[in-house]
Write a protein that binds this ligand. Structure first.
Ligand SMILES: [Zn+2]
Length: 440
């Protein structure tokens, strides 16, 4: 790539990194990614931002606010614009750190649903019930599993002349949209799903002192699979195909789950598709970032970083959590047990994802086993182990399968299986040539 083509990207990086890094260093880094590692320009930029600790790998994407409908909110938004009707509004006086303060709160609604809101610095602002406004630079939080919209001192409210119909709160079962499992996202609310039962289980839980049974399992269609749970026994059996009308989507660590509640209808249907079954579902990292998380997902990309906390670590013998300096946060001073792991960042050209690889897969893909690692550490120190592992895998292609969860740091995968992907350039080229010649 020529210098001229790189200029806008260098300017963009300079803007994000500020005076932390000088231009020469940025150019050198970009050159290394593009000409030595042969990554795309967006992977290169994400790598450079990570290298200089410019926080979140999605910095570019989150610089500007996004516009969302209320049903699309998941409670993690940092900067979001919402156009909505004021369904209810109230001015309250509260006491914060001994000081009296006026806030405006109430309920906002749009075509997709309703949510409560709070304006923390209203000044002279007044809102009219029934009027539509654009609420800009909001942030959202989850409270009791419900999304709350907040406007802090960066927030703005502008009158809007849009007309919005807020639906009645009663849900008509027949109108709830049928969705494919791969398209299920956090905060979707009510859905209708048709799929095949892959597994079932019963769990005992205690709710408000009362023992209860949860009827749970995994259901799949031809696009993906999802965990379901119900408080009542619908007699669901492995292998049968069911339609759940008016199920409800809730998320645990941003992995969506299908809840079958009192207002859901369950019916048996004839199977009309092949469920994805036992195999993992292939996704791009961009798709994962949009969906938030999921079970049994497969990604493939390049290892662009091996993070701190990789290599030889010690775990508490009682709770199995990793410990520092021989001390467990819960169990105090303990005799730690050695373990090997890698915390890697994988970039597939559409985005980046963090992944934690356990001992067995770390040994398999690096060829460094536990006793070799212990040997290295005893001679040259533990830091050498991480450097050795890094040297074996950095800038190699890898295929990962596991469960993806999301938090404030973005999506990360708990890996169930990992495999390096051989880049067989010669045979790829031969195959391509064959295809080209075959089409002549
Ligand atoms: Zn412990």
């Amino acid at each position: 790539m020529e210098m001229e083509e790189l200029t806008p990207h260098i300017e963009e990086l300079k803007r994000v990194l500020g005076d932390k890094v000088d231009e020469e260093q940025i150019i050198e880094d970009l050159n290394r990614y593009i000409n030595e590692y042969h990554t795309g320009i967006s992977s290169a930029k994400r790598g450079i931002l990570r290298k200089y600790g410019a926080g979140d790998v999605t910095s570019f994407a989150t610089a500007a606010s996004v516009v969302k409908k209320i049903s699309e909110l998941n409670g993690n938004e940092q900067n979001v614009d919402i156009i909505a009707k004021v369904v209810f509004v109230d001015v309250k006086n509260i006491t914060v750190k001994g000081l009296s303060k006026t806030i405006v709160s109430g309920i906002l609604g749009d075509e997709t649903g309703t949510a409560s809101f709070t304006i923390w610095e209203p000044g002279a602002l007044t809102l009219d019930r029934g009027s539509v406004y654009a609420f800009k630079n909001c942030y959202c939080r989850l409270w009791n599993e419900k999304v709350q919209i907040n406007l802090g001192n960066r927030g703005r409210v502008e009158a809007s002349n849009l007309s919005i119909q807020v639906p009645e709160r009663t849900i008509d079962v027949s109108s709830v949209a049928e969705v494919k499992i791969a398209n299920i996202k956090e905060g979707m609310g009510s859905v209708t799903v048709t799929g095949k039962i892959i597994s079932t289980e019963q769990r005992s839980v205690v709710v408000k002192g009362e023992p209860k049974t949860v009827y749970a399992g995994v259901i799949a269609d031809d696009t993906g699979k999802i965990q379901f749970s119900a408080w009542s026994d619908h007699g669901l059996k492995e292998g049968e195909t069911i339609c759940v009308k008016n199920g409800y989507i809730r998320s645990w660590k941003s992995i969506p789950q299908l809840n079958i509640g009192d207002r859901s209808e369950v019916s048996r249907v004839d199977a009309v598709f092949d469920a994805v079954g036992g195999g993992a579902t292939f996704r791009t990292i961009d798709e994962i970032t949009r969906i938030g998380g999921g079970l049994d997902i497969k990604v493939q990309g390049m290892i662009v970083d091996v993070r701190a906390g990789s290599g030889l670590i010690k775990r508490c013998p009682q709770c199995n959590r990793s410990i520092l300096n021989g001390t467990c946060a819960t169990h105090g001073v303990v005799e730690g047990i050695n373990d090997l792991r890698m915390k890697i960042v994988v970039d597939d050209g559409t985005g980046a994802i963090g992944a934690v690889i356990n001992r067995a897969d770390t040994e398999k893909i690096t060829g460094v086993n536990m006793s070799a690692a212990e040997g290295l550490a005893s001679v040259q120190g533990e830091g050498v182990v991480a450097r050795e592992l890094t040297a074996k895998v950095l800038m190699k292609r890898i295929a990962l399968t596991g469960n993806v969860i999301s938090d404030n740091f973005g999506p990360s995968m708990v890996v169930h299986s990992a495999e390096l992907v051989k880049e067989d350039v010669a045979s790829e080229a031969a195959k391509l040539l064959e295809e080209v010649e075959g089409s002549l």
